[in-house]
Design a protein around this ligand. Structure first.
Ligand SMILES: [Zn+2]
Length: 381
């Protein structure tokens, strides 16, 4: 989840939000303005309710931010890189790079989130009491108390990607000494919870509570697929950890002048090589982009003699780069494993290779077949 809008930095951590957040922002504002506030503190004008509801929705996201920030700060103090925090439809997500070095660190990073939400709930409860002279303000703080309690409790459900899933997995990791077994067993437990949620949702629909039933079942389904993704990701990280990019990259690389026409490329260049991806360069030798054979499939035959490679190339600024020594697991986490993804490998400013998802898949299969996952669990502190 990449942010659409950057908000700024807090404690050096970049915070942004994705546009999908608008839906929940609108829903929260609407619920506060039309239901929560008028029912508990009647007798005010609509404008007052709406103004306070907007303030409430902003506070709601600040509470989410506090939760995510606690994850990010504890992760950073445990040596992980924090790429940033994105607020989106389902709340917040801290984009952490790398993995916790020990079960203890993993437990701390996961556990501090719900703890922060409970602390914020306690603070909101105190403010609700302190402002009890004004029913309206006090009601808003009571609502925030409830929301943060719910946030903390929901996140303790032991299913990925919730904090509870990570807590459970770190506990199982600590007991078994194997990170991967911890994740595997935590995913199995999470699956039971996800199925229970789906069953409860379906039951609610039959009992006439269609909206909340569908919502609960949907969250259950989300947890189910997130668990599978977590396990797949964990397998990839286990087998590709400490495997350098140079093991997977295709090398050497054929680069082409970017002023060659697509026609010439297809008729006389591409058939002579086994590559599917070609970096292109301008007259000075400077790289300008990357052309992939599959990009040309949809081009009308009539345009091939007039279009040049530079017209169809993906601009060089958009192509991710790495070096031969970077960890493959870290690279995948950094750039994602999309099927269309190509990464250029530079060493001392020289282009020395290209990594494609097929290259990574080849190394992964080989490692899995040989069963030589590096001994990944450092001794517990
Ligand atoms: Zn959390």
């Amino acid at each position: 989840m990449t942010p659409s809008i950057r908000l700024g930095r807090i404690f050096g951590i970049e915070v942004g939000f994705n546009w999908s957040l608008i839906f929940i922002f609108a829903l929260v504002t609407w619920t506060l303005a039309t239901t929560v506030l008028p029912v508990d503190a009647p007798g005010h004008g609509a404008l007052v309710y709406w103004a306070l509801a907007v303030a409430g929705a902003i506070l709601f996201y600040l509470c989410l931010l506090a939760h995510e920030l606690s994850h990010a700060l504890v992760a950073r103090s445990n040596g992980l890189k924090v790429a940033g925090i994105t607020l989106w439809l389902f709340g917040g997500v801290s984009r952490l790079e790398g993995e916790a070095g020990s079960a203890r660190a993993e437990a701390l990073i996961a556990g501090v989130g719900p703890l922060t939400s409970f602390a914020v709930a306690a603070l909101a409860f105190g403010l609700a009491i302190a402002t009890s002279a004004s029913a309206l303000t006090s009601d808003l703080f009571s609502w925030l108390t409830f929301v943060n309690l719910a946030l903390g409790l929901f996140n303790l459900v032991p299913a990925f990607p919730l904090d509870g899933g990570r807590l459970l997995s770190s506990l199982l990791w600590w007991r078994s000494g194997s990170r991967q077994r911890g994740v595997h067993n935590a995913v199995r437990v999470g699956r039971v919870f996800a199925y229970l949620m789906i069953a409860a949702g379906v039951l609610e629909v039959f009992l006439g509570q269609a909206v909340s039933g569908i919502w609960i079942a949907f969250v259950g389904w989300f947890l189910l697929s997130a668990g599978s993704a977590e396990e797949a990701g964990s397998t990839i990280r286990t087998f590709l950890r400490r495997v350098p990019v140079s093991t997977a990259m295709t090398s050497p690389v054929v680069t082409l002048p970017d002023w060659v026409t697509v026609q010439t490329f297809l008729e006389s260049v591409a058939p002579a090589h086994s590559f599917t991806t070609y970096p292109v360069h301008e007259a000075s030798g400077e790289l300008t982009g990357v052309v992939r054979l599959s990009d040309l499939v949809r081009m009308p035959a009539g345009e091939r003699s007039t279009k040049h490679l530079i017209d169809v190339a993906r601009p060089i600024a958009e192509v991710p780069v790495t070096n031969p020594r970077e960890d493959l697991a870290a690279l995948i986490q950094r750039v994602g494993g999309g099927i269309e993804q190509r990464v250029l490998v530079f060493d001392d400013g020289q282009l020395v290779g290209i990594v494609s998802p097929a290259d990574v898949a080849r190394v992964l299969t080989l490692r899995q077949t040989l069963g030589d996952a590096p001994r990944s669990s450092p001794p517990e502190a």
